[in-house]
Design a protein around this ligand. Structure first.
Ligand SMILES: C[S@@+](CC[C@H](N)C(=O)[O-])C[C@H]1O[C@@H](n2cnc3c(N)ncnc32)[C@H](O)[C@@H]1O
Length: 636
């Protein structure tokens, strides 16, 4: 690492420019020049001001530190403090180089997991240690004993499950409660599926990610009932090709890129976002994965280069934001770890990050093709000078990190210097472009927690992601879809009947129900650069508390005498008595009731909104759902 060249070049660099001077400069440039020159303009300021004084090569992995945390773990575990003990053993695993001490720490964690009744995770940990055979004979023997204890417990649990099922069957008379309980038992059973030598376990043992029933020939992650269309105002958007029923699945997909929020880095897999009590670390940096399979996938897509950046402890202290991480990953995936760079730079279209080569509506959509990454919406013409300045600084920081790990030396460009080479400048502009893309195309990934002990449930944001098909969906303040997550997969379903030719709408975070017209319009204009013209905005629908709620007051879509009011009364009573836990019956009833309401009464009506909420809540139980009473959960 030739850090000395920085010293000499920085000594001769100009005085640090003021922020306002910089923003003023950006205001004089055309949008294209901001994209092409922005990073080189701020580059020397960024390294001088933010990075250089503290940026030293400092590998995180450290056996001594790992042993220190393990010793603390042992004291805390024996002292009856499992949560603190778990945190310490995770830290030990996190900092430990890939040697026998890592196996000892993993074996120790297995013992704690066993006492917390988390047998599958305990088994996986033991199997990892036994497979590696790196510890002493004595320790391996202890692990063999631990394994037989765990397997016995798992068998007992399976038997208990069967007994519980029979007992519930006899005692439960209310069909809703019965179904909710059966659903929990089913979940539990799924969690208990294992084989004795499991190492690569899929920890998401709740409900599998659903299938798309009608396959789309062009959009591999979407139902055949939708297509991408285009108009002048919105650019691309999603449209129904056929009538869609309430509850139908429209999209199921993995992210193109995602990034876990750092506060969940020792409780969730960094690649698939599953909550997992037996995470393993990357052998070089502190990133944690649920399995070898996830680790391998991350390495094959983006982690090899990113890992070298993470290995600088100080980089961690400066902290890369989620937005930056996703932009970096987009860059690494799109350019195949830099191998395509020279080819792209000399390409007539891709050589200019501002060029607009449109999505190809007539061929099969391959999300990871550079072509499709390049055509992500970036709004480069709408970003103001101050934002350009800030985005340029963020891109310059990423570029600096790439230079620092010799990314460009491999590509045979000039060595470290403050003046950027043409290739480096090009990479800077791509990073800048991808930062813009991520800021308008990403979604927050949510986990749903049932905190029944506290009489409370909550949605926990765990990371962010860009989804290859969902990214085409426009916003509406009264959207016609509902979305939920399985790990970082997204599932999008219709939340009401959608007719052929109607647009499929997502919601970008502000709904007419809980956000005023002024607030949501401001948010959408500032963040997504458009003025919302959805029906709720045009008709100025009131907030939830001011909506009509009485069936007698609701405006009907057909003559009132044709409406079966007896049926409405019956369904509305059933709806009010429903248990708010997932069951197939409950969700089917809500779909039917929602379809009926949307076909019968004009929006906005409070009952529509209530059923929309219930559908979202019930579906949340199907995705990333955790129950404090039955799951082993840690929040550090
Ligand atoms: C996530 S992208 C959606 C796909 C985008 N239209 C495209 O062609 O890639 C978000 C952008 O779509 C446009 N958009 C989304 N909803 C819109 C709406 N209701 N009206 C007008 N433009 C909208 C805005 O330009 C927004 O920044």
């Amino acid at each position: 690492m030739a850090s000395t060249s920085y010293v000499s070049s920085l000594e001769s660099s100009p005085e640090h420019r003021s922020y306002y001077e910089s923003v003023l400069y950006f205001s004089t440039l055309t949008p294209v020049n901001r994209m092409l020159k922005g990073v080189s303009y701020v580059y020397s300021d960024v390294i001088q001001h933010h990075i250089y004084p503290t940026f030293t090569e400092d590998i995180i992995k450290n056996t001594r530190q790992a042993i220190y945390y393990r010793t603390r773990f042992n004291k805390l575990r024996v002292g009856g403090k499992p949560v603190k003990a778990m945190k310490n053993i995770l830290l030990s695993i996190n900092v430990c180089p890939d040697n026998s001490h890592l196996d000892i720490a993993i074996g120790n964690r297995s013992v704690l997991l066993y006492t917390l009744n988390d047998y599958i995770s305990a088994l996986v940990d033991v199997n990892r240690v036994l497979k590696n055979k790196r510890c002493s004979k004595h320790f391996l023997l202890q692990m063999e004993k631990q394994k037989s204890k765990i397997v016995t417990k798992l068998n007992q649990q399976l038997q208990q499950n069967a007994i519980l099922k029979k007992r519930q069957y006899k005692t439960l008379t209310d069909p809703d409660t019965y179904n909710a309980v059966m659903y929990r038992i089913k979940q539990n059973k799924r969690k208990l599926k294992y084989s004795d030598d499991d190492v690569n376990v899929n920890f998401d043992r709740r409900i599998p990610v659903p299938f798309i029933y009608y396959e789309n020939n062009f959009l591999p992650n979407a139902s055949a009932k939708i297509k991408i269309s285009k108009n002048q105002i919105k650019n691309r958007y999603i449209e129904a090709k056929e009538n869609v029923d309430t509850g139908e699945i429209l999209i199921v997909e993995k992210p193109l890129v995602s990034a876990l929020y750092s506060e969940h880095s020792i409780t969730h897999c960094s690649n698939c976002f599953v909550r997992c009590t037996s995470l393993i670390p990357c052998s070089e940096c502190s990133t944690m994965y649920c399995s070898e399979a996830c680790y391998d996938e991350a390495r094959s897509r983006y982690h090899n280069t990113e890992c070298r950046i993470f290995q600088f402890k100080k980089t961690h202290k400066l902290s890369i934001t989620n937005l930056q991480l996703m932009a970096l990953r987009l860059f690494l995936i799109g350019t195949e770890d830099g191998t395509l760079l020279k080819h792209l730079m000399s390409d007539k279209v891709y050589g200019n990050p501002c060029s607009n080569k449109d999505f190809n509506f007539e061929s099969v959509y391959v999300p990871e093709d550079y072509f499709n990454i390049h055509n992500l919406e970036d709004h480069y013409e709408n970003v103001n000078a101050e934002e350009w300045h800030n985005f340029s600084e963020e891109a310059a920081f990423l570029l600096f990190c790439l230079k620092k790990i010799s990314f460009f030396n491999v590509l045979q460009t000039e060595k470290d210097a403050v003046t950027l080479t043409r290739l480096e400048e090009y990479v800077g502009s791509l990073l800048l472009k991808f930062l813009l893309c991520v800021s308008v195309n990403s979604h927050e990934v949510i986990e749903f927690m049932d905190l029944r002990g506290n009489n409370n449930s909550k949605e926990l944001p765990i990371g962010s992601a860009v989804y290859p098909t969902l990214r085409f969906a426009s916003h509406s303040c009264c959207q016609n879809t509902v979305r939920y997550f399985h790990r970082n997969y997204v599932v999008v379903r219709a939340s009401r009947p959608i007719s052929v030719g109607e647009e499929i709408f997502d919601n970008y975070g502000h709904s007419y129900v809980n956000s005023t017209l002024k607030l949501r319009q401001k948010y959408l204009e500032e963040t997504y650069f458009f003025k919302c013209q959805c029906i709720a905005c045009i008709e100025k629908w009131p907030l939830l508390e001011d909506l009509p709620f009485n069936f007698a007051e609701a405006v009907c879509l057909k003559p009132r005498e044709e409406i079966n009011m007896g049926q409405i009364k019956e369904w509305s009573e059933m709806y009010r008595k429903m248990t708010l836990a997932y069951s197939d019956q409950a969700i089917c009833f809500c779909y039917t009731y929602a379809s009926f309401l949307y076909k019968t009464f004009k929006k906005p009506f409070r009952e529509h909104t209530a059923v929309d909420f219930t559908i979202q809540l019930l579906l949340s139980y199907r995705g990333n759902y955790y129950d404090y009473q039955t799951d082993v959960l840690f929040n550090f």
